[in-house]
Ligand binder design. Structure first.
Ligand code: AHM
Ligand code: MG
Length: 336
């Protein structure tokens, strides 16, 4: 038989191959970062298999416990958290692990070079109604002998990789290691993620906005004014925008990343510093949006420049197309 040359359109690039190619292009790489990302992908596939069977496995519903945020914990949250903790610990690459579900960061492996921060199951209030949920993570380099907590309390600009898995109609893994943003779709029969959207660019301007409008009465006047602006007819400016809100950050952010527009969870009188968590939700998403040419702000400051003081710190989060985020900032600054 004649020799066969690979046909890239027959079998796509796998996540593993993509990560490995990144390693081969990095001088001095030891393979640990590659192995760490492969472990994250393994954890996501394990969580995915349980999410897909949730209704069958009798896993829906609350455990009756509350987490460190004072919220009810659902069984799938607990499961996803344990899977990530176990897989990451086993990898041997994590010096520090911090999860939205644990009070304190966990010291994992002595000599582990990386710090991994994650929200194991984002959008958990949507689990019972079979609406999309996800896993969000960020990776930083360990700075031994820095104490564990301090090593987690780092601004997002120090992130070396971030991503999320969206458990939607299909399971998508979106990743950046600092060289653009790439999405991989899980082939459930093969058990592999295949590159489906290379080099995602967030459009400069979109046509939809995503915010919990039910909080309107609790917003500051300038944020109410912004929301009015998004709904007011202005053909030349492309307004009104459509309104889209799932209530799972991963789903709302993914749509915004792909199609453009804006997602906002501003501060309000009930949540004066915002609702979403800086380390587990805002920073990884901000890193991805900036990598894709979009922007992420608190309204006043770049998200990636916020210095964390608490591992469970919340922050106002506004992300999306550059132009749409700029308009939001103009309202906050009183320029409109
Ligand atoms: P969680 O499920 O990890 O606690 O995440 C919080 C969720 C986000 O996914 C989503 O953006 C937001 O809370 C929705 O909040 P609300 O229901 O107040 O609109
Ligand atoms: Mg969350």
């Amino acid at each position: 038989m004649d020799s066969v040359s690979p046909n890239p359109s027959l079998i796509g690039t796998t996540l593993r191959e993509h990560v490995l190619a990144g390693m081969q292009a990095a001088p001095g790489a030891t393979g640990e970062f590659t192995s760490l990302l492969n472990h994250v992908s393994l954890a996501v596939r394990i969580i995915n298999s349980r999410v897909r069977a949730a209704g069958l496995a009798g896993l829906l519903g609350y455990t009756g416990e509350t987490n460190v945020q004072g919220e009810q914990v659902q069984k799938l949250d607990v499961y996803a958290n344990e899977v990530l903790l176990n897989v990451l610990t086993r990898s041997g690459h994590c010096g520090v692990i911090a999860s939205e579900e644990n009070d304190e960061p966990i010291y994992s492996n002595h000599g582990g070079k990386y710090v991994v921060l994650f929200d194991p199951l984002d959008g958990s209030s949507n689990i019972d109604t079979n609406v999309s949920i996800g896993t969000i993570f960020a990776v930083l380099r360990r700075r031994e002998p820095t104490p564990i907590v301090d090593d987690a309390l780092r601004p997002g600009r120090e992130i070396v990789a971030a991503g999320y898995a969206l458990y939607g109609p299909s399971t998508v893994f979106v990743l950046s290691t600092g060289h653009g943003v790439h999405a991989f779709t899980l082939d459930p029969n093969v058990g592999e993620f295949f590159l489906s959207m290379p080099n995602i660019r967030c459009p400069k301007k979109g046509n939809s906005y995503s915010v919990n409008e039910g909080n309107c009465a609790r917003w500051a006047p300038e944020i109410r004014k912004w929301s009015e602006h998004m709904k007011t007819e202005d053909k030349a400016g492309g307004y009104p925008y459509g309104h889209r809100y799932v209530g799972s950050l991963v789903a709302d952010a993914h749509r915004t990343l792909m199609k453009g527009g804006i997602f906002a969870y501003p501060e309000d009188s009930k949540s004066p510093t915002g609702k979403l968590r800086l380390l587990y939700e805002a920073n990884p998403m901000a890193y991805l949006f900036e990598q894709a040419g979009g922007a992420a702000t608190t309204g006043k400051h770049r998200i990636l420049d916020v210095q964390p003081t608490n591992v469970h710190q919340r922050v106002p989060l506004v992300l999306g197309s550059k132009d749409d985020v700029a308009v939001y900032k103009e309202f906050v600054e009183g320029k409109r």
